[in-house]
Structure formats: structure tokens, C-alpha cells
Ligand binder design. Sequence first.
Ligand code: ZN
Ligand code: ZN
Length: 414
Amino acid sequence: MATKFQKDLQKYAELAVRVGVNLQPGQRLLVRGASFEHEALVHHIAESAYKAGARLVDVFWANEQMDRIRFAHAPRDSFNEFPKWKLLGPLEYAERGDAILSISAADPDLLAGQDPELVGIYQNTIWKEMAPFLKHGTSNSMNWCVIAASRDVWAKRIFPKMETEKAIAKLWKTIFQMCRVDANDPVAAWQEHIRNLLTRSKYLSQKQYAALKYTAPGTDLTLGLPKGHKWASAREMSKNGIEFTANIPTEETFTMGDRNRADGVVTSTKTLNYGGTLIEGMVVRFENGRAVEAHAKKGEAVLRKMIATDEGAARLGEIALVPNSSPISKSGLMFHNTLYDENASCHLALGRAYKFNYVGGLELTDEEFAAVGGNQSLIHVDFMIGSGEMNIDGISDDGRAEPVMRKGEWAFSV
Ligand code: ZN
Ligand code: ZN
């Protein structure tokens, strides 16, 4: 007899396949980022995918311990080494329009205490070498999805006082709750959740605010929105016509700002896990869209390296709204994992904007997209700014202000 955990794991895998990537008969599926601890989950995913009509399911395993060993022993001038197959493998799938499911379960402290210089070179090398693949994601060439999976190092970071086995089980339980796996019919529960989110984004898209004004302790920021910006959430359409849900869980409604119109100061409210380095207490000042000052209580050197990656890395590519009462926020947990933390809080992303956040954006060349205010960069890094003290106004063309959020909650009904 299967235990409750085994049944939930199977339902979770099915959710990722049916609602997440929404795999279509005849498609291939690539699973990326799974650790060896996730073998059972990956096997359930493969079964669900073949049942849904997949022709081939493939997996690229990840092993962070190899990075730790590399940082300890590899020559200091070798951190720009990158084997081409790591790009070419996933790229083959993306170019064919195959479904891609990524598993996020990184050790938040993987690179803690390492030389920021080396961490910078290591990160920038990944962004640069993987860019041809990552571009397919931000332009929705295929149906893709990111889910999380519990594992020792991550679970222990969230529940440090628990024994490892208990912490892993507790994190799985939390993931199943946040992802509605414990609902009677998780797929149906998700359809309703997606409908609700889409109603919000439709309302905001119709409003076509010229700008959003944010106020909160440590934050006084105005972000310009280009005419033709589009709010998105939970359900997107791939270029090959497949509707998919890019993140499970997802609680956000998001759009792109004008790359040249961000002015004021913003303070982060949650720790950011940037590829194994924690950045805490970020304060960034923007002028004409550009971050002209950046400080952090922890991880400042890595933050500065990140912003200096390229021209667009100092500008914003995503503006996302999440009510403070989202289930993930209500859990009160600090996940140190962007997939979870970004769905607990309003956030912004430095770097690349999503072309689908602009009407007709997927058909624009990079130059045309930049001309309408779309930001380009190798990086896309979300950082959390929301709280129960945040107010946001939508400013219309004629300068009128309307409440969008009050005390971290939606201020309009739909
Ligand atoms: Zn987001
Ligand atoms: Zn983002």
C-alpha cells in the first residue's frame, strides 16, 4: 500500500505534468535540476508524462557537491570553464519546442563565504554561456515550468532545529500545502486559482496605468509602465500554442516596466538567494531607470557584481504584485528559494524583461523591444520588496492616482 507521502508525491508529479508544463501528446519532456535525492519524484514525473502521451522523457541530474569541491580545489583562474554540452543539451529540447520542467532545490548556502570575485565570474559565466537557452524561456519558445522539491540542505536551512529526516518531511508537507496537492482534486483547484489570478491581470492590463508609485518603510519608488504593457499570471501561451503554468506555486501578477523610468529608493524585505549567496537588506536607488546606488547589509559585493554584469543588469525587467496574505506569506517561513519567496511578496527583477509582457512583444526584435522600454540583459534576478506596510498607487495618463494595494493587500475588487 502506498503511504500518504507516496500518493502526494505522485499527485504533485501529475500536477507538474498536467498543469505546469501541460504536456501534449507526442511531445518530449526534459527534466532539469533534479538531485539524486529526487529520484522517486522524477520517476513519478516520467510515468505521468508517458501517460499524458510523451514520446520521450529525459533527465539532466544536478549535483551541488561538485560545485563545492570545485570551489575548494579548482585553480583560481578556472572559474570561466564551461562545457558546451551543458548548453547544447537543453538547447536541443528548447529549439524543438519540447516541454521543459525544472526542479528548484538549491542549497541556499552553497557558496557562502566564497570569494565574491570568484562567485561573480562563476555566475556570469553561467548567465553568458546559457543565454541562448535562457532566451527560449523568456520568450516562451516552449511550454516550461519550475517546481520545487524538498531535500536535506534546503530543508535544514528552513527548519534548522529539526532532525534532517523530519525537516525534509516537513518541507515536503509545506510544499504540498502551498501547491494545493492536498486538495481533493488538485488539478481542479489549480484551474480555479488560475482563473482568479487571470481576472486580476486582465483588470490591470485594461487600466493601462502610466506608472506605479510604491511607498513603504525604506521605499519611495515610481516605476513607469510603457503603453501596451500587459499583466500576466499563472497561464501563458508558448510559441507553439500550448497553454502552460510556468511556476508551481504561483501567486503573482506581473508586467514589465519602462527600462528608462524607475526613480527613487527601494528596500528589500526578504533575503535573496543569488546562486548560493544570500543577499540581505538591499537598498537600491534608481535614476531614470538605472540603479545608481546599491547597498546591502549582507552580500553587498556579490550584489554589486551582479548589477555590473551588463548594461541591463542595473535596470528593471519585471514588476510583480503579490498580496501579503498569499498562503506562502502566511506560512511565515523564509524559504531562501526564489520560487517560494517571490510568491510571498511583491517583487521586482533586475535584468531581462519578458517579451510576452508587451502586446505583440513576442514578434518584436530585441531592438524593437528595447525601443518600447523592454529591458535586455543576461540576468533576471527577482528581489522581494513587499510587506504588510506597502501601499501602491496606479497613476493614470492624466496624473490621477488610484489605489492598487493598501497595507500589502489588493485595493480593488474584480
Ligand atoms: Zn516574478
Ligand atoms: Zn522574475
